[in-house]
Design a protein around this ligand. Sequence first.
Ligand code: ZN
Length: 340
Amino acid sequence: MKKILLLLCFVVFIYSVSSQNRIDLSKKYAASITAKEIGNHLFTYASDEFEGRNTGEPGQKMAVEYLKNFYVKHKIKSPIGGEDYYQEVPANYMNKLSRRWKLKDSENVVAFIKGTEKPDEIIVISAHLDHVGMNKEGEVFNGADDDGSGTIAVLEIAEAFKKAVNDGNGPKRSILFLHVTGEEKGLLGSRYYTENPIFPIANTIANLNIDMIGRVDERHKGNPNYVYLIGSDKLSTSLHEVSEAMNTKYTSLELDYKYNDENDPNRFYYRSDHYNFAKLNVPIIFYFNGTHVDYHKETDTPDKINYEQLETRTRLVFHTAWEVANREAAIVADKVKKAE
Ligand SMILES: [Zn+2]
């Protein structure tokens, strides 16, 4: 009798272990990314109180504090150390690059989850924290889509990874959450980061950059279940394949490559922060919803965001990051053109 009981216990044990392994962890943690949470953050982050988050100005300082407080609250560490989540971006650095401006000192915000098996391999998930401020009449450019949507997406992705860490399911490779300043002034914060990286660029295996994923453009009216992907196939075959596979498996968005065309006159590939990584041969994906009538206007407000789509697109970035962080083989830049 005792033997049978023991055997039964053993069978139950094996069964529970194997069913644990059958749980799709990527799906489990992606579920924590919700339209509701994104909305709660975005209605604050893109409120008038933040004065359009102009680089170096009081509203932008409120923005970085908001981001820092989020990471402190969720116990996601700074890669710099202690409670210092700011990478200073000096005024003289920015004003030298972009003589149009007389900017004040600003900062990127950084947070970090260390990989369990390959901690030296870094995936950077980025979005720009700044926007264009206010007009002369004091009207605020809220920048809910640009780039409140990407900013909050990064927070939600960080939170999902942290939940995994807390359960003992942390990513095998490391992840840097990078909120860059000065994008609207000429990609300045991301340029500063890539010239003064916290982790070597040579160890940075991919950059997933999000800039505007909360709206639906004219081209997709009536068919909002899409996202434009730009750059995914330019440097790495494997990154593009992972991206496509994760979308097929989890999010079923229409992946629109219209703006990925080298001959597209908009040249979006060169126009957001990922480009500073791409030019150093780091494989990137740029997630984008296209432009719309409220682009760079006072009317880019949080009430106009499609939160359901924002949730799905954020989950796509999370699933892609999860796979890049946990898959056996690292993403490699196999399509880099060698100098002749
Ligand atoms: Zn933007």
